[in-house]
Design a protein around this ligand. Structure first.
Ligand SMILES: Cc1ncc(COP(=O)(O)O)c(C=O)c1O
Length: 276
């Protein structure tokens, strides 16, 4: 992704190639910041309000004052206009501010979409299951989008090192959780399955959208605590996220997974919803 435009609270548009965060911002030194990533379709950020609500709740969980939503919206408009790219990635970062001050910052970034998403969707992704944390206690920050994502990035790297495209976290007792930056889904018959939020997985905005779209396509959704064996025995499986949308899986831990109709139907419905 290439950074196209940057807007900062209290400053407005700034040069995206100049530093915008202090060296002693707790975001830098401790990873204490909250963020949101969403996709912009035809100049319109999809489900912006849901992302701003989640940003505020992540901020509360890490003890950072949530940003003013009107200011966040205004900065997003400025940055999108400056970027001049109707199909893009919009990100909000709320940092806790400098160590000895109480001065949280809000940065709004517009970047180009990552390359190769459509090729990957057409080919299907290979998944590997990796040990993750069932983050059910508040201090493990389950369901919080904080910038402490080094573990998630390391899991993606491990998946790639094992010849796969992405990881699926499973708990020590082999319950399916989520991917490093995705929610996980699978299908048996006309039922879709996805891990429930009480496991500490992120309440994905795309996950929420799919929960709304699935019934009209003839799919009932079951949220719950499912062992990895259920995913292994699925008739099809896919991941969901704002930027990657739906990614059908073709392999799990080296064993093939069939392609099926649900991922394609939901991907089409998601695009339809996004393009209004
Ligand atoms: C850990 C994790 N789970 C799930 C998701 C998917 O969330 P959304 O659909 O809101 O992008 C993300 C998104 O970045 C994530 O980081």
């Amino acid at each position: 992704m290439t950074l196209l435009a940057l807007a900062v609270a209290g400053q407005g548009l700034v040069d995206p190639n100049e530093p915008a965060v202090h060296a002693d911002d707790e975001a830098v030194i401790r990873g204490r910041a909250a963020f949101e990533t969403l996709r912009v379709y035809g100049g319109v950020p999809f489900r912006l309000e849901s992302h701003l609500v989640r940003l505020a709740s992540s901020c509360e969980r890490i003890g950072v004052e949530p940003p003013d939503a009107d200011e966040a919206r205004a900065l997003a408009s400025l940055a999108l206009e400056r970027a001049g790219e109707p199909n893009a990635v919009l990100r909000f970062y709320r940092t806790s501010g400098r160590e000895q001050s109480d001065s949280p910052r809000l940065l709004v970034l517009v970047s180009s979409l990552p390359d190769h998403l459509e090729e990957l969707r057409a080919r299907g992704i290979r998944l590997v299951s990796l040990l993750g944390v069932r983050a059910e206690v508040p201090w493990l920050l389950g369901g919080v989008k904080s910038t402490s994502y080094a573990v998630n990035m390391a899991a993606e790297a491990e998946a790639r090192a094992r010849g796969a495209d992405d990881a699926v976290f499973v708990s020590t007792d082999e319950l399916v959780l989520e991917g490093p930056v995705t929610n996980v889904w699978w299908r048996r018959g006309s039922e879709l399955f996805t891990p429930s939020l009480d496991l500490g997985v992120l309440a994905g905005v795309t996950r929420d959208t799919l929960l709304e779209l699935a019934p009209a396509l003839g799919y009932a959704v079951r949220e719950g605590r499912f062992p990895l064996a259920e995913l292994q025995g699925a008739e099809e499986a896919f991941t969901s996220s704002s930027v990657r949308e739906l990614m059908p899986a073709v392999e799990l831990d080296g064993r093939p997974i069939a392609r099926g109709p649900a991922a394609d139907a939901l991907q089409a419905a998601l695009r339809n919803a996004a393009l209004g």
